[in-house]
Design a protein around this ligand. Structure first.
Ligand SMILES: CC(C)(COP(=O)(O)OP(=O)(O)OC[C@H]1O[C@@H](n2cnc3c(N)ncnc32)[C@H](O)[C@@H]1OP(=O)(O)O)[C@@H](O)C(=O)NCCC(=O)NCCS
Length: 192
């Protein structure tokens, strides 16, 4: 089974979600380097070299015929500013029609509903364009903002992974939330 393809850009009321480009490095690095970015993410320090290497890998991925991973830039329509990122990762066995989604926004763009707007667009693209059956998201137990985004999106809590990940010399626990295609359809019907 060939992997489904995501058509981009995706436009929302205030945002444009698009492929990242080489000259997005400085904007991406600007929020990745902020201590708040990875406070609740089990990832190593985001040096400029690490962000550049990741961006280069993303640019290579874009040409992959069997692409399973979209790490995308989020632009504010009003200003044209790249202020966040959106991720959608398909499960490698595409017959299961499952994907994980995620989001991040620059520190000075938080709490304006952008995280939720990104999440909603990813759910719509996942169920609409990619015909997925289940879309899930995970966040560390301390990541109250991300958990709140999942709740606002109407995703259902499925459980808690206790100390399932080790990074930065400690154990990390995560909440998992998901939405099924039927649940998404029902929500669409309600908002139509
Ligand atoms: C998670 C993240 C993307 C949310 O983005 P955002 O644009 O601020 O999200 P929204 O404005 O749509 O919603 C945030 C909600 O969390 C709430 N919130 C924010 N900080 C909170 C905290 N410390 N405790 C409880 N709730 C909090 C806000 O009040 C808001 O809820 P409300 O609309 O009911 O008031 C952003 O915090 C971020 O980029 N964090 C760093 C990267 C990250 O952790 N990504 C998630 C990986 S799982």
């Amino acid at each position: 089974m060939t992997a489904p393809k995501l058509r981009l850009p995706v436009e929302t009321q205030r945002l444009i979600i698009r492929e990242l480009a080489e000259d997005d490095l400085e904007a991406l690095y600007a929020w990745r380097r902020h201590p708040a970015y990875r406070r609740h993410l089990p990832m190593p320090r985001q040096t400029r070299a690490a962000v550049e290497a990741e961006l280069n890998a993303i640019l290579r991925d874009q040409a992959d015929y069997q692409r399973l991973r979209w790490l995308l830039g989020v632009v504010e329509q009003k200003t044209g500013r790249l202020l966040g990122e959106a991720i959608l990762k398909l499960a490698p066995a595409t017959r299961h029609r499952q994907a994980e989604i995620g989001w991040a926004v620059a520190e000075d763009a938080k709490n304006r509903g952008y995280g939720t707007e990104i999440g909603r667009a990813l759910l719509e693209a996942g169920f609409g364009q990619l015909k997925l059956h289940r879309v899930f998201a995970m966040c560390s137990t301390e990541n109250c903002a991300s958990r709140r985004v999942m709740e606002k999106l109407g995703m259902r809590e499925e459980g808690l992974f206790r100390e399932h990940f080790r990074a930065r010399e400690r154990w990390w626990s995560s909440h998992i939330y998901a939405m099924l295609e039927g649940e998404h359809r029902k929500r669409q019907g309600r908002s139509a």
